[in-house]
Design a protein around this ligand. Sequence first.
Ligand code: SF4
Length: 425
Amino acid sequence: MKYFIQIYGCQMNYSDAERVAAILEKSGSEKTSKESEADLVVFVACAVRESAVARLYGNGKKFKRYRLDNPNFKAILTGCVVKKDQEKLGKIFDVIIDIKHINELPAKLGLEAKETEKEFDYFQIKPEHESPFTAYVPIMTGCNNFCSYCIVPYTRGREYSRPTQEVLNEITELVRQGYKEIILLGQNVNSYRPDEATDFPALLERINGIEGDFWIRFLTSHPKDMSEKLIKTVSESPKGTNHIHLALQSGNNDILKKMNRKYTKEHFLMLAETIRENIPDVMLTTDIIVGFPGETEEQFQETAELMRMAKFDIAYINKYSPRAGTASFEMLDDVSWEEKKRREDTLNAVLRETALENNQRYIGRTVEVLIEREDKKNYFGKTKSFKDIKIKKNETDKSTVGAFAKVKVTKVTPWALEGVIMDDD
Ligand code: SF4
């Protein structure tokens, strides 16, 4: 059997896909990079937006064609999908399986005897990592926050934190294999709490204690749970990278309340300032929704103003779109698409300015970089603070993809740095 995996969504889905691949490999299937050649097409999908469900449903005709050509063909759906949508999608997918029960997939396909039915055992599957130097490690899944626009608590269920020792064992093994960048994942890593005695800062401290030369990143953080203790732990952590993703969503307190975010803009600004004071050269990134139901021009301007003050490096700006099954679906979506687009463009212009201003500080400085790929003339990588960097090759350097290098920054744009390799001595 040949399998092909199609991934939509966030890093959590990419991480889940690595476990799906491991399960299929274990049952004797072989990966193909061509969907049309596959006997098994697995969608690890994000149905967080209504439009994503329509896009998934749009595969129906193609699957029919594949079934005619190949009687063994099966389409499988997993990832972030709500029960209600599963009924409709069940018409085009042969198997829809909760990611938490992915262990049962081979049995459902008649490939191998059922292994186990225990929920969350999928965390114990040893993933087939896509990269030989960067690895996603989920530390928790699910969400208890119920932001009014978000379907995730309904697709992923309530929060579950992996036992600390299980996480530490996985990372120790990755570092032993030579992995250089460990990205801890969770819908809200700040609420990691597998037991009374352990919280996220405690986990970070223990990961820092693992011997080896590697970086630790984590995604994503909810402002209401971002503690001073965590900021201090990151600032003191030798392997911690200076990148914090803190989702703002709106800079107006009434909209934040309607979004059920449980913090104020004043609290967010205090956090942004504390982070900048304590973590030198921090890269601060965020998510913002424009055109939430009832958002007035003045309320929108408060978001723009907060963005100028927080000086983000990257902001993922989304135009609000209602999602059936969420609380905000019942609110009147009264900001036109054109107006949402205008607000998005306005915020992107603010971002361009703050990102460039932040990057200009790097000119002339030497930074540590993890090289991720190369072409004939350049290497491409990430700095410790998660900035993209292009590095001119020279004839004498001995750098390699997947290794750290010291790079002097020579040029910047709002979205990336450029530089040259420095000799070790
Ligand atoms: S914190 Fe809010 S936006 Fe994030 S996953 Fe949970 S409900 Fe969704």
